[in-house]
Design a protein around this ligand. Sequence first.
Ligand code: GAP
Length: 441
Amino acid sequence: MSLAKRRGFVFQSSEIYGGLGSVWDYGPLGVELKKNIKERWWRSMVHERHDIEGLDAAILMHPKVWEASGHLSGFTDPLVDCKQCKNRFRADDPRIKGTPGQPDAQCPVCGSKGTLTAPRQFNLMFKTFMGPVEEQAAVIYLRPETAQGIYVNYLNVLQSSRQKIPFGIAQVGKAFRNEITPGNFIFRTREFEQMEMQFFVKPGSESEWFEFWRGERMKWVEGLGIRSEKLRWHQHDKNELAHYAKDAYDIQYEFPFGWQEFEGIHNRTDFDLSNHQKHAGKKLDYLDPKTNERFIPYVVETSAGEDRTTLVVLCDAYREEEVRGEEAAEGGEQRVVLKLKPSLAPLKAAVFPLVNKDGMPEVAHRIHDDLRRHFNVFFDDGGSIGRRYRRQDEAGTPFGITIDGQSTQDQTVTVRDRDTLKQDRVATAQLVEYLTQKLAG
Ligand code: GAP
């Protein structure tokens, strides 16, 4: 967390006012890292497949959507209140001793006995009002998942793109949940982004597609460069399943605070489409042009949290290690390095004039100007070259380009690899090609 703040990945929201609970802002490096992850997801889901279309639905939706989807009645957490100190907890808070509502229950904050109420259901959706009048009829909600924007548009997309079932719709966007026990940095927040894809299939074929998408999603996650021993599957048991799901598997990562989910693959059956058909009074069935059969499609959903995936990428890349050899003082030196996959790194290279004289800054500025037409590149002429390397190690920048005395003579530079610390001498004219090759994948 301290590196994320120091280097401009993540800041606390409204920090100068003491912060806003579990809401975070992404700084200059964080926004680039997130963008790279989202682009990678979009490319693999939408651009590289013929059977998935993109969508960007609005966050605000007709309030009946949430009645139909079951979120108004079912998207709740059981909460208990302490009558003494007025704090509120999830009923399953492991710090609570005894049974809430009973005389033996003890408040985990003030320690009073018998003051905890019996659990009551609390809806996790944020409410607001549409229009100038704050009355019940004007209540609308901030969406708690992006999926519903896809369901209510599925026929629009199907017809306008001339797709046939099986086909999918992908979307990246914000979702909001008034989480009761948020925490662990950007792991559980009240405002977050999801990368969701709903795949519409013929009833009866959903199990096959479910397995297919489980395989595809794990491959995608491994493609982010995450160590495979830190990844595992977790199948939901009956008590864990969301109100819409018949079967669900999470992809979990071993975070510093334990194994936790960051993506789910769900068999949502025809739950959502059938309910929208009923509540909206509009036919949402599909006519199979080959068999002339009519059916409401089943949905296999892949639902990834963008912020959680970013946290996985950051945690997995974070290393503290000892550097020896030329770059380190005698006896070795500690460094913090983010070993981000180069294609995900916010900055692709940093350009350093070795010293600020003898024509080196001018050459370095020319190279920087040329490279930044192709990549996100940083320029740094402050402090010793060792210090500049360390700063870029912490930012996860895969390549350091140094302009030295030889550069002004023979138009070559050194390119230092963040992970191996090896340096190549490369002709300035070849730099774009050299970096393009190294950044692929
Ligand atoms: N449409 C299905 C759905 O929303 P979910 O398991 O509730 O399913 C999917 O959420 C993903 O969204 C999670 O795996 C997680 O990565 C992310 N997510 C959910 N709640 C979150 C929160 N409060 N903060 C950050 N990410 C969250």
